[in-house]
Design a protein around this ligand. Structure first.
Ligand SMILES: *Cc1c(COP(=O)(O)O)cnc(C)c1O
Length: 430
């Protein structure tokens, strides 16, 4: 089955024609060192690289593959869709099918617009919030990732309440000057921002569980407080549930906690492995979007029929029973990691939202600063110790990892054993 090429040969070749050999930077293994694996095939919870090595996958394409790779019902739906048409660039009933399935779990989303990525969904949501409120400022939180839109590639300036500084060359200072970056889980900082900039903030954009600095839960009162201050001020509350969406049987964190944001962004799971994003929310807000309203947003392949069919089939398989199973598998892995850490004498902690897990070598953090204060320096070693035992974790300490419906008992046991072994080896380095 394997092509006879090595990962290294593939990487060297890729670097001759692709920037850094990749099409998304984290894939280059820069944060962990070593040679990226080049994959040929994936089935269930397993990835197969060009050298014929098999790995238990805990990246799951960064979240979308919640059913596992190559789920038969999803493949069948996609095959049928491909045979019907690759794209119309026009309307198909599949778009309303998927929209209705999303609305059933996200009652805050009266109207929806599909995009081809999470990045586009957030960019659309931010433009819409600004257009609707006729205000310019956006509040975001350090450590939250919202895709690579200019106004969000901004990190905290020095000082508690300063405007952001571009976190990438090419993002203009003007963009940074319209984004306030606050510490996650700090409701008093958010209240202070509204005292200082009341009437100027278009929206507060937040990952309701921080899924891009490991997996950081919201402290009690944080999201509720954001809902309160935004309502008082007339700013919109935007939940970026691109990672958290469809992770739990209640739909997202908003369903879990009973908080109703004005706009929600989705991606990842709703495409089931195809490029899909979505934003949606309050009817009066969404009616500001073209063609109903003046705020422009569009996409040649938005609502693509193959992608819609893949998303529909994926959500259809996410029954209550499936969520029970995902919860059990997630809990099993959480327990196995904690036990491995305990028996090795390593200060490990695990956060978990259903089938999404965060691992920290240190106490559970509440914000990016506290994440950085854990032993992230040991992660590259941990990553390779796991990889050598056939377990594929995210190639960065700041990412969430996943279990899927396809992870069986033996697979999770393999991961648990690998953690036990890896933690024993790490212990000597602490
Ligand atoms: C992945 C992610 C995005 C960006 O989605 P892409 O499809 O990669 O553009 C946005 N927000 C959050 C919270 C994400 O995890």
């Amino acid at each position: 089955m394997s092509s006879g090429k090595s990962n290294l040969e593939c990487f060297e070749r890729a670097q001759r024609s692709l920037v850094g050999g990749v099409n998304s930077p984290v894939r280059a293994f820069g944060a962990v060192g070593g040679t990226p694996r080049f994959f040929e095939r994936a089935r269930g919870c397993h990835l197969y690289d060009v050298e014929g090595n098999r790995y238990v996958d805990h990246v799951m394409s960064w979240g979308p593959m919640i059913l596992g790779h190559g789920h038969p019902e999803v493949l069948e739906a996609v095959h049928r869709a491909v045979d019907a048409a690759l794209t119309f660039g026009a309307c198909s009933p599949l778009e309303a099918d998927l929209a209705e399935m999303i609305k059933a779990k996200f009652p805050s989303m009266d109207l929806i617009r599909f995009t081809s990525s999470g990045t586009e969904a957030v960019m659309g949501a931010v433009r819409l919030a600004r257009g609707f409120t006729r205000r310019d400022l956006i509040v975001k939180f350090a450590g939250c990732y919202h895709g690579h839109g200019d106004s969000l590639l901004v990190s905290a300036g020095s000082g508690a309440l300063t405007f952001g500084t571009p976190s990438s060359p090419g993002v203009t200072r003007a963009c940074g000057a319209q984004t306030l970056v606050l510490p996650y889980n700090d409701i008093s900082a958010a209240r202070e921002a509204f005292r200082r900039f009341g009437g100027q903030i278009a929206g507060v954009l937040v990952e309701p569980w921080g899924g891009n600095m490991g997996l950081v839960p919201p402290v009690e009162g944080f999201l509720e407080g954001l809902r309160e201050v935004t309502l008082e001020d007339g700013a919109l509350l935007i939940f970026d549930e691109v990672i958290t969406g469809f992770r739990v049987p209640q739909g997202g964190v908003q369903g879990l906690l009973g908080i109703r944001p004005d706009i929600t962004c989705l991606g990842k799971v709703i495409g089931g492995g195809m490029p899909v994003g979505a934003f949606g929310g309050r009817r009066d807000v969404m009616e500001h979007l073209s063609p109903l309203g003046p705020v422009y947003q569009a996409g040649t392949l938005s609502g693509n029929p193959v992608a819609m069919a893949c998303g529909i089939a994926t959500l259809r398989c996410l029954t209550d029973r499936a969520y029970v199973e995902l919860e059990e598998k997630g809990a099993y892995l959480e327990g196995a990691i904690l036990e491995a850490a305990r028996s090795a004498g390593i200060p490990g902690s695990v956060t978990r939202l259903g089938s999404a897990l965060g691992l920290f070598l240190g106490p559970v953090p509440r914000n990016l600063e506290e994440v950085k204060a854990t032993r992230v320096d040991l992660y590259p070693r941990l990553f390779h110790l796991m990889l050598d035992q056939g377990v594929y974790l995210p190639p960065s300490a700041f990412e969430t990892f996943f279990v899927s419906l396809a992870h069986g008992t033996e697979d999770l046991e393999q991961t648990g054993r690998a953690f036990a072994e890896a933690f024993r080896a790490l212990k000597g380095m602490m």
